[in-house]
Design a binder for this molecule. Sequence first.
Ligand code: ARG
Length: 282
Amino acid sequence: MPKHDLLYLDLPTYMRKFINLKWRQIILGLSCVLLIIACNNEHPTINTTPNLSTHSLKVATDPTFLPFEIQTANGNLEGFDIDLMNAIANAAEFTVQFERLPFDGMISTLQAKKADAAISGITITPQRLKTISFSRPYFKAGLAIAVRENTQDIKDLNSLQGKKIAVQIGTPGADLAKTIPNAKITTLNSGPEFFQDLLNGNVDAAISDAFGTLYAIKIASLKGIKVVGNVLTQEYYGIATSKDSPNLDLINKGLATVLSNGTYNQIYKKWFNTDPLQLPES
Ligand code: ARG
């Protein structure tokens, strides 16, 4: 066979080899590009991929606190805190098992490590920080005075002197009421009881969370009650754990993610129909 024939005959084989090599390079190149895209793809929206993590946290909540945690007629949990806790779990890759618990027993349950965490509109206070730990603040709140709509003589903290006041047991509202001269304090176990006692005329006023009360009046159409005066305190809610719990880092990591990727804002807007207030980091 003449030499040029051999060359000619070998050309397809050569081409095939060349193409194979080229394809391999192209495929390799494309894979690298895809890998880089996958690594850099930070999703700003709520991550809906099922959470396959086996790390599960038992999270206590007292679902009597509109709109943070409430129990619907069919027994489901709903509210700002519930959405937030689920989003945090999704971001930090753990699962949540909610456990209903009266607010009064929340702190001792955490201390006894019978729950891994609690989300329940819990105000971070120096007193509580002695026995339990808190995540970074996740909500700016404050106390307000609620009275019956036809009340004229109660306008601020001063005008509560000598009045009958309802508060929730073990809360900052209960602490504040104790400082009012001659006040007759009724201590109740849960939020909705305030409104009942107020409407019944059993008490003259209630000191409770401003957001919860305003939400009940405006959005849940609670009739016959108004909020008077300014917001009395500046408080922050935190997710509570036992003292220095190893879960705190995980919760803070998830909270930082949802605060920065827009999920927190979406949840805030859903429940309060406005943009969130500025939060400190600690
Ligand atoms: N913010 C108040 C506190 O920490 C009241 C919270 C009540 N929460 C509830 N889920 N019942 O004491």
